[in-house]
Design a binder for this molecule. Sequence first.
Ligand code: AMP
Ligand code: ZN
Length: 465
Amino acid sequence: MKLFNSLTRKKEEFKPMDPNDVKMYSCGPTVYNYFHIGNARPFIVFDVLRRYMEYRGYTVKFVQNFTDIDDKVINKANEEGVTYKDIAEKYIEEYFVDAKGLGIHPATIHPKATENIDAIIEIVSTLIEKGYAYESEGDVYFRALKFKDYGKLSKQPLEDLVAGARISVGEKKEDATDFALWKAAKPGEPYWESPWGKGRPGWHIECSAMANRYLGKTIDIHSGGVDLTFPHHENEIAQSEAANGCQFANYWLHNAFLNIDNKKMSKSLGNFFTVRDAAGVYGYEAIRFFMLSAHYRSPINYSQESLEQAKSALERLHNADNNLDFIMKNGDDAALDDAQKEILAGFDKYREKFIDAMDDDINTADAIAAIFELVRDVNTALTANGTKAFAKECKDRIHELCDVLGLIREAEEENLDAEVEAMIEKRQAARKEKNFAEADRIRDELKAMGIVLEDTPQGVKWHKA
Ligand code: AMP
Ligand code: ZN
């Protein structure tokens, strides 16, 4: 399987350090609003990468953080007259509602910046000890130019970096290229105690700290939108490699923008649609399908037309699937005959096509084309082969491929019910043993899956958020 590595600007064969423990980190949302269709692009495409790696037999540990403290979260809290925590908690819950609707599997771990302040303080302290960072009136800054590889990801010449750097009002930096690791608290702002006084972490350092804590010093894959390449990912590399003295991530993956009228969709430009609103019009699955109908490194344009198209293409898949369900219920009971077995064997070429496409830097556009070719042949074959057994085999083949892309997800729903019940039982057992930490952990994990538990005198009830 080949992946395009932004670090080397080449498609490279993917060789994880340990196939049974692939370490993947993706920068998650800043939680101060519903997420928009542009934000949904990395969440969906890297969910597909993770599913595909699992399909190919890898075990993946996937970490996606929540940035639950920053200026935008604080401003929103002030506007609404509530705490930063109220805002963060609300939009984390809303994230999971939309993510679930879009068929994005919960990450293995969803750490929050504010729950990792100790790890952040530790890495900042290390950077100060090593001379890469310095305290200045309660702020701490990183000396970007002291890190000799600075610019290696974004491939910017040092002169350009220097020329583009600015010192903002209130910053007390030695050099314009330096960036904040820790910010002294302004009056009325939330803060944490630190060796440098009351303050809060900068944005870049949280990802270095959490990747290190949950995955280790070197990870296999780091991903995010292309706008994060500079400065965010460049700074993550500088911090992590300066602190740990080894390569931070072996493969860097970046998705291209989702545009609207040829401009990046973004909260700050105000040209955005939230996933929640768009799902109300087209349905969540159409959004997912639309996103996967292009290669993740090509820009895509969001329009009513493209979403309508996605919706009707998806309908063809669902119609084929419903037809198979019907035959599986009402069709002939005869066992598979040799001619049918031969037809089914002929379908293998579509699986191969699908795998070839996905192996080529996750080419979901071609992978979807392979699924549609399979569906076309299935529809044709069914006219003369309307048996339950044959329909079941066809359905399995279509679902095997669709599951990798997270499309037509009814089977996942059934599996989910069983999984939830099993986890609730485990939680009850933990509570019986007075292992409340484990019981809480399971509750949180269920919460991350969009499942809400209710303890009633009759037992535990659950529903979807
Ligand atoms: P944010 O919450 O703004 O930090 O963004 C979360 C993720 O969405 C990051 O990986 C961004 O790079 C990505 N992102 C934001 N806007 C777009 C867009 N218009 N197209 C594609 N990715 C985007
Ligand atoms: Zn990050």
